[in-house]
Design a protein around this ligand. Structure first.
Ligand code: SF4
Ligand code: SF4
Length: 369
């Protein structure tokens, strides 16, 4: 099982798609739909002893926030307390403090997701001037120190831009990331839907996805399977290698979140929402969550899995907005599907192998953008 653990709700960044939007979104109506529970402290007070009893060897903890490295003290306490317990550690971080954390802790991370949106111009526009250089230098320094485990570049695509192809190629060209995942910032806030703008974005984004799939295949022809998570995850389902049909992120069945007071919720975004509590650190069995419409009766459900539990339940965008989001998902699925004969040929010729497409599920990349 995978568990995100919220070390702190504080963050040392003010990103456009997170901080700025949440500041502008006092009224989204969810307080009428769900019960918000603000009793949890800002910094994690979870007992390491309770964690030890709750977790099993082989489980994975993904440190999460806010920005998890802002509360390194708690991260250290948990890592020290759980050493030799067979628990694996991963982290999702904005990367700004990576150089301030003792390397002996960083090197114990099996995998790392580092937020970066593309080149310097793009990243600094979204996340603040100086962010790109700071984060890229920190990742470079980790590589110089010998960190060989997977580092995922975790991009957020906002609908102001539609150059996914160029931005992904830029991140690949740096040679410091093993893999890339992106998610579109769409449907997560009530007041940011603009039909004309998003519709134009969706068309251009789709063209960019198409170009990127061509590039992905060209690289396969040279013997290299690029770990672009949305493509790899969807292909695994289309090929039947991944038999799961539920949400790729695992939220609410294979991936839960431990809140700062030790409650278990379905996903970090549902941190304070009582309806999504699945239990606590004493629970023997955790509640599971199913999706509602439109995913329930969608022909693509088994491959897509339903994009996101929060999006599906919160329904912050109007139906026409959600339909546009699904149009991008279906486009991506169909275009990966079209490449299956070519991919099969490359596998049977020995150029690449089925093994090249294997990946660990549920540690962070949600697969469906
Ligand atoms: S394509 Fe859209 S409606 Fe269909 S399963 Fe995915 S998210 Fe749900
Ligand atoms: S896709 Fe949605 S439900 Fe899944 S982890 Fe991300 S925010 Fe949570």
């Amino acid at each position: 099982m995978h568990y995100h653990i919220i070390l702190t709700e504080k963050c040392n960044s003010k990103c456009k798609y997170c901080y700025e939007k949440s500041m502008n979104e006092f009224e989204n109506g969810l307080d009428k739909k769900w019960k918000f529970d603000f009793s949890a402290p800002c910094d994690s007070e979870v007992s390491v002893d309770k964690l030890k009893k709750f977790l099993n060897a082989g489980d994975t903890i993904i440190f999460y926030g806010g920005e998890p490295l802002v509360n390194f003290k708690k991260m250290k306490e948990i890592m020290d307390g759980l050493q030799n317990s067979g628990i694996r550690f991963c982290i999702q971080t904005n990367g700004k403090l990576l150089d301030e954390i003792p390397y002996e802790y960083i090197k114990k991370m099996d995998k790392m997701l580092v937020s970066i949106d593309g080149d310097k111009k793009r990243t600094d526009y979204n996340k603040g001037i100086g962010t790109y250089d700071l984060v890229i230098n920190n990742v470079k320094k980790l590589r110089e120190k010998g960190y060989k485990n997977e580092i995922v570049a975790r991009m957020t695509i906002n609908s102001e831009f539609n150059d996914l192809y160029e931005q992904v190629k830029h991140l690949l060209s740096l040679g410091i990331f093993d893999s890339i995942h992106w998610q579109i910032d769409a449907g997560f806030y009530k007041n940011d839907f603009d039909e004309k703008k998003f519709s134009e974005f969706a068309d251009k984004y789709n063209s960019s996805v198409e170009k990127l799939i061509e590039f992905w295949i060209d690289e396969m022809k040279k013997g290299k399977v690029l770990r672009l998570y949305p493509f790899v995850g969807i292909l695994n389902r289309l090929m039947g290698w991944d038999k799961e049909t539920r949400m790729h992120c695992g939220s609410g069945y294979a991936n839960y979140t431990i809140t700062t007071d030790g409650k278990i919720t379905s996903c970090p975004i549902m941190n304070n929402v009582a309806e999504f509590y699945a239990g606590n650190l004493e629970s023997e069995k955790l509640k599971q969550f199913d999706l509602d419409e439109p995913c329930d009766s969608c022909d693509y459900k088994n491959i897509c899995g339903g994009r996101c539990l929060y999006w599906n339940k919160a329904k912050l965008w109007p139906e026409e907005g959600d339909k546009l989001i699904c149009k991008t998902i279906i486009f991506l699925i169909e275009h990966v599907k079209n490449k299956i004969p070519e991919i099969k040929k490359l596998i049977s010729s020995g150029k690449i192998s089925e093994k090249d497409f294997e990946y660990e599920k549920y540690f962070g990349p949600e697969i469906i953008p």
